[in-house]
Design a protein around this ligand. Structure first.
Ligand SMILES: *[C@@H]1O[C@H](CO)[C@@H](O)[C@H](O)[C@H]1NC(C)=O
Ligand SMILES: *[C@@H]1O[C@H](CO)[C@@H](O)[C@H](O)[C@H]1NC(C)=O
Length: 242
């Protein structure tokens, strides 16, 4: 199983250039905690991870449009994961769940099928008012461990945000992210746009950072116009199914 979280947030800044795709193997964030945390598996023809996707959406400034773009991005992402199920006979079952956040958190989808997830994803509305990334990470960790602790599920979380916070009432990003990793959750840190606080983005990402942060971005600026970066989707999926 693969769980996954997406956090949406946005402001304005300047973004790093995309680099060409790279394909290092995902390494478990930080092994520890009880027992063997299942790590992403080798491409063996064995029935393996079922996925559980968790999405955390966050607040954002150019409210309307960016959130809509992120929703579209996530939809494409979920649809592409479907294709992977049949590839190479590796059976992967995905479960999806999502959390949208600002200062508060709204679980817009419990762990469910791709279809239900996409349906609920489409209903996300911009929350506005502040950004507490640490609390969102804590909530996501709670949701994932509550449902999947003790199982063989491989847990992935995709966090889409801008790295800027308006407060840290839940002990800060670093502590919250460390806790998630200690629970075996692999966190991808994806910039909503080019306006980001890179340090915040890096604190969210699991290690190695070149794999889990890697300048992932949803909406980049190309020739002065916003464009969805679908390479990011492909790159993340590659890391997940390797
Ligand atoms: C997570 O967010 C939900 C709201 O969707 C809330 O009911 C729940 O208490 C939160 N859990 C934690 C651990 O923050
Ligand atoms: C989808 O949203 C509806 C309405 O908000 C809610 O009742 C339902 O539980 C959600 N589905 C999942 C899988 O969370």
């Amino acid at each position: 199983m693969i769980s996954w979280v997406i956090i949406l947030t946005v402001f304005q800044a300047a973004a790093p250039q995309r680099e060409s795709p790279r394909g290092p193997r995902p390494i478990p964030g930080r092994g520890d905690s009880q027992g063997p945390t299942p790590t992403p598996l080798p491409p063996e023809p064995t029935p393996r991870p079922e996925g559980c996707e968790k999405t955390i959406a966050l607040q954002e400034p150019p409210p309307g449009s960016l959130v809509e773009s992120i929703k579209e991005f996530m939809k494409i992402f979920a649809q592409k994961l479907e294709d992977e199920e049949y590839r190479g006979q590796i059976q992967i079952t995905w479960s999806f769940g999502g959390l949208h956040f600002s200062q508060k958190q709204v679980v817009f989808s419990q762990f469910t099928t791709r279809r239900s997830f996409i349906r609920n994803l489409s209903q996300i509305k911009y929350l506005g008012k502040g950004t507490y990334i640490d609390c969102a990470l804590r909530n996501m960790t709670h949701q994932m461990t509550y449902h999947y602790s003790g199982t063989k599920a491989v847990l992935f979380s995709v966090v889409i945000t801008d790295g800027h916070v308006t407060g840290s009432p839940c002990a800060g990003i670093k502590a919250a992210a460390d806790k998630a990793r200690d629970q075996g959750i692999h966190i991808f840190s994806v910039a909503a746009s080019s306006s980001i606080d890179e340090q915040g983005m890096n604190e969210i990402a699991s290690s190695p950072i070149e794999v889990y942060r890697d300048n992932y971005i949803v909406m980049e600026i190309v020739d002065g116009r916003p464009r969805m970066n679908t390479d990011t989707i492909d790159q993340i999926i590659k890391v997940m199914v390797i």
